[in-house]
Write a protein that binds this ligand. Structure first.
Ligand code: MRU
Length: 341
């Protein structure tokens, strides 16, 4: 399985996802600003993966911080990492975890604090892989044998520390002996499905078919899709799900066609402080992602562009939310609360 991100003596190492699948290039971020830039520019992306990156960013920041000014530096490091991308709550969850740990260590020798934070960041990474395997084992029984699973964006090993959430469910179903075919939406405009999801599945020998986003309804109506499994960037207390732009359309089409729509996500993606998805901040990305494809213009120069990176799927379209603690179903206000206990 590809290593998405890991800690090394040289810095935080991550596979550059902007260059996949053409080249497998690993970049080493030597300070927290480089980690922040890697998150912002989507060298690393996917909610759990940017959480791990942020944890390692805090650790490398403290490693190089001025011992005489540690408290203020930690705040600057955390604020810089938090300002990278607004939607995936895992980013803020990981930063809070590292900041709280730092605060609990204040007064100890600087070197001990540094080593403890590095160990914690590595722990966040290892836990994420274990969590994804647990999500997989809870989700695999829901996947119908001998059918095709539709997924949107990349919620795979690349979007996490390894194994994946939505793709973790698919991997676990395959490991359980099920015969599964995957249809992957290409996921305009950033093409995570085309560049990452089918590449990942191909590496694992899981049969995958790439389709453009606007083909999903056609294949659902034709009876070709057994279920939909997607990841999430933030899930509100009532079960509204923020995920990659286009997910909402897929969910509505799935309901119209009587197809189960599953969301696979770790508990760290739940934001129970938000009553509904209406309060989830939606990242607006650069117009060039829409007007250009691989550097080539595909639209008239100067045209007005909208580029929300995520949308919110109302809970009524979500058949179940698969977490490492089990499978939550409506009413989500109760079932999600049970997941955090
Ligand atoms: O903009 P991205 O590529 O970071 O968006 C990723 C997604 O929307 C994923 O579906 C989500 O983060 C879940 S990843 C396990």
């Amino acid at each position: 399985m590809v290593e998405t991100i890991y800690w090394s003596d040289a810095g935080v190492v991550m596979i550059d996802q902007t260059r996949l699948p053409r080249e497998q290039v690993f970049v080493t971020c030597k300070d927290y600003r480089e980690v922040a830039e890697a998150i912002r520019s989507m060298v690393i992306r996917g909610a759990p993966a940017i959480g791990v990156a942020a944890a390692m960013g805090v650790a490398i920041g403290v490693l190089h911080a001025d011992p005489g000014n540690l408290d203020a530096d930690v705040e600057t490091i955390c604020a810089t990492l938090a300002a990278t991308r607004p939607t995936a709550v895992n980013l803020f969850w990981a930063i809070d975890r590292m900041r709280n740990l730092y605060r609990s260590l204040v007064g100890q020798p600087v070197e001990a604090i540094r080593q403890r934070l590095i160990a914690e960041a590595q722990q966040v990474r290892l836990e994420d892989i274990a969590i994804n395997r647990a999500i997989g084992s809870h989700g695999a029984p829901l996947v119908p044998d001998g059918r095709t699973v539709l997924t949107h964006c990349n919620a795979g090993a690349l979007a996490t520390a390894g194994y994946g959430t939505a793709l973790g469910v698919i991997r676990a179903a395959v490991e359980a002996g099920k015969s599964i075919d995957v249809f992957a939406d290409e996921t305009r405009p950033f093409l995570q499905g085309a560049r990452l999801t089918v590449w990942e599945l191909d590496q694992d020998g899981i049969p995958a078919t790439l389709i453009t986003d606007n083909m999903a309804g056609h294949f659902m109506k034709a009876g070709r899709i057994g279920c939909v499994v997607v990841g999430a960037d933030r899930i509100a207390a009532n079960g509204d799900v923020a995920n990659k732009i286009g997910t909402y359309s897929v969910a509505v089409l799935a309901k119209e066609n009587g197809i189960p729509f599953y969301v696979a996500a770790p508990v760290s993606t739940l934001d129970l402080t938000l009553a509904t998805g209406a309060a989830i901040p939606i990242e607006e990305r650069a117009a060039a992602e829409v007007t250009h494809v691989f550097g080539q213009p595909v639209a008239p120069e100067g045209i007005r562009v909208a580029n929300p990176a995520f949308d919110v799927t109302p809970n009524r379209y979500v058949t179940a939310i698969i977490t490492e603690k089990g499978v939550a179903r409506a009413p989500y206000v109760e079932s999600l609360q049970a997941m955090v206990k």
